[in-house]
Design a protein around this ligand. Sequence first.
Ligand code: FAD
Length: 395
Amino acid sequence: MDSSCRIEFDVIVIGGGVMGSSTAYQTAKRGQKTLLLEQFDFLHHRGSSHGESRGMRATYKKDYYTKMAVESSKLWREAESEAGYSVYTDTDHLDMGPGGSASLKAVIANCDKNSFPYQILDHGQFADKFSGKLSIPEDWIAVYTELGGVIKPTKAVSMFQALAFQKGAVLRDNMEVKEIRRDEVKGGIVVCTTRGDKFWCRKCVVTAGAWTRKLVRSIAGFELPIQPVHATVCYWKIKEGHEEKYAIGGNFPTFIGYGDVGVYGTPSLEFPGLIKITLHDGCQCDPDRRQWRPELELDSLKEWIKGRFLGLVDGCAPVSMQTCMYSMTPDEDYVIDFLGGEFREDVVIGGGFSGHGFKMAPAVGKILADLALTGHADGVELEHFRIGRFEENPK
Ligand SMILES: Cc1cc2nc3c(=O)[nH]c(=O)nc-3n(C[C@H](O)[C@H](O)[C@H](O)COP(=O)(O)OP(=O)(O)OC[C@H]3O[C@@H](n4cnc5c(N)ncnc54)[C@H](O)[C@@H]3O)c2cc1C
């Protein structure tokens, strides 16, 4: 072993967002001596896993995500019962859009393929179900399913970290990893931080969120096309007396709007009297040089809301806006793979979650742990997530 290494681990996980924390929980649970390293304070607000709400759904255009979401919803419940508290509240879920929308058609075809139960609502049925709350144009339809819900992100990350710790993992924050290299003497991997710490492990998992591209470039010398994007979340004021209609625990679902603008939202939960409705959009950014100001095409969002939400304060601007980062891949599929090259199967990457990863964190953590510990993940179609799908990549 590199004689300057202070401590040996079975697995080192780099990045303490939801993916890294869920992976550390999985490896520690399997009796592996695990170290979780985070560059900032744990539960910081500079990455992708902070805040108050993330939507759950299983309605996807691509079928492999439906299976993953169903599995993940069960794993959320398992982790909650181990922790003894809840981070995920059930709701129904609604996808709405023009009747001819290719996205909506793909969602429906995928539900059929997976035998995933759904209901199609035409304009009239929609009006009956959401009377006084929501309205859609006459040529729109909706797909209604029972698997939706809201996950509390910061609380969920903290839950995975607490569970990992309880199972013996070592958790260290303010530890920026600057180098990962092979131990030429003993084999295995040496992980070095900017503070001068060196750790040895058999297997390493990199879950660095929007920093994945930078880290992979510096450790392996190639470019993974994972683009950090600065995203803004908006909260809107509900008219006085209408709060109950949109509150979680009533019948109001999580939702996505397909059409000219991509919109999503969750029932009112984190800020009573406010509802989250925002665009699935953002602008490219450097995770180390953020501008922090909210940036969003508000006019199109206001227009979208005006025609659909019947109980919001008219003509208002968002009451609160928060920023976050997506890590986008060109095809919006995740990257879950071995780093390869000199690292062969000893370093596993989980990144590029493209703005739709949070709900899947328990399943992704399990897959990353499986890959690191056994070299394979049974029942998972990994070809969609392979690094090799990016043509320019040498792997
Ligand atoms: C506005 C917004 C809304 C979203 N809504 C949804 C939703 O409704 N449903 C859903 O499923 N998903 C949603 N997502 C996506 C989801 O939040 C992300 O996919 C998920 O949080 C990604 O987690 P991560 O662990 O990969 O990244 P992160 O949370 O960013 O974690 C990566 C961690 O690695 C650390 N790190 C990086 N480099 C180093 C290094 N060199 N050394 C040590 N540590 C390092 C970082 O500091 C960071 O803490 C949303 C995202 C945003 C931004």
